[in-house]
Ligand binder design. Structure first.
Ligand code: SF4
Length: 210
C-alpha cells in the first residue's frame, strides 16, 4: 500500500464519521461559530454559541444588536472585541445583500468581515459540500509531520499540496479526519507517538515538530 492509501486507511479506521465538532443548527450559526473559532478551541466556542444564538435568535437580531451585548456573550473567547464587530458586520451584510442567507461562493464568503480563506473553505465544505481542504493549525501540523508538506510551507501551499495528493472526493472527510487526528492524537505538545499507526509515515516520530 502506498503512503497516501495508508494514511487514508488509518484515518478511515480511526475516524470513520469525522465531521465538524462545532455546534450549530442554522447555516449562519456555523459561519459565526467558525469565525469565533479563530485562535480558540471548538470546545470554548461551543460553550458560548448556544447562549449567543438564544439571546439573538435571528440574523436580523444580530444585525441590530449593540456590539457590547454581543461582546458580553462571547467574552470568554480570545479576540472577542474584533470578533463581536465582525459578527455584527457579517450579519448586516447577510441580511442586506444576501437575503439573510450564507453565500455559497468562496469569493463571496471571503469578502465577509473576519472571514479568511480557511473559514470560507470550512463553511463551503460543511454547508454546501464544496470539495475543499481548509488548513488550520491541526491540518498544518499533521501535514508537516506526515511529510505531506515541508516544515516551511504556508497554509496556502499546504492546501495546494493536499489537493494535489488526495482525490477530490476525499477532501471534505480528510479535512475533518486530519483535524481530529491532530486534536486528539498527533497533538502539538506530547503527541501519542507510541503505537501511532502512522509512525512509518512520520517525519519525526520522536522529535517535537511545531
Ligand atoms: S508518530 Fe507521533 S508525531 Fe508522528 S504522526 Fe504519529 S503521533 Fe504524530
Amino acid at each position: 500500500m502506498g503512503k497516501i492509501e495508508n494514511i487514508l486507511a488509518v484515518l478511515d479506521q480511526l475516524y470513520p464519521d469525522a465531521e465538524t465538532e462545532l455546534w450549530y443548527e442554522k447555516d449562519y450559526q456555523l459561519l459565526i461559530a467558525v469565525l469565533l473559532s479563530a485562535q480558540a478551541t471548538d470546545v470554548s466556542v461551543n460553550k458560548v454559541t448556544p447562549q449567543l444564538f438564544n439571546r439573538f435568535k435571528t440574523l436580523e437580531a444580530l444585525k441590530e444588536a449593540p456590539i457590547e451585548a454581543i461582546e458580553e456573550e462571547i467574552k470568554s473567547i480570545g479576540l472577542y472585541h474584533s470578533k463581536a464587530k465582525n459578527i455584527k458586520k457579517t450579519a448586516t451584510i447577510l441580511v442586506d445583500q444576501y437575503q439573510s442567507k450564507v453565500p455559497t461562493s468562496l469569493a463571496d464568503l471571503e469578502s465577509l468581515p473576519g472571514v479568511g480563506r480557511k473559514t470560507a473553505n470550512v463553511v463551503a465544505s460543511v454547508l454546501f459540500k464544496t470539495p475543499r481542504i481548509a488548513v488550520d493549525t491541526h491540518v498544518s501540523r499533521v501535514s508537516k509531520r506526515l511529510k505531506l508538506a515541508t516544515l516551511k510551507d504556508s497554509p496556502l501551499k499546504i492546501e495546494e499540496k493536499l489537493m494535489r495528493k488526495f482525490k477530490e472526493d476525499r477532501w471534505i472527510r480528510l479535512h475533518h479526519q486530519m483535524i481530529l487526528f491532530g486534536r486528539y492524537h498527533c497533538k502539538a505538545q506530547n503527541p501519542s507517538c507510541e503505537g501511532c499507526p502512522l509512525k512509518t509515515e512520520c517525519r519525526f516520530p520522536h522529535i517535537k515538530v511545531p
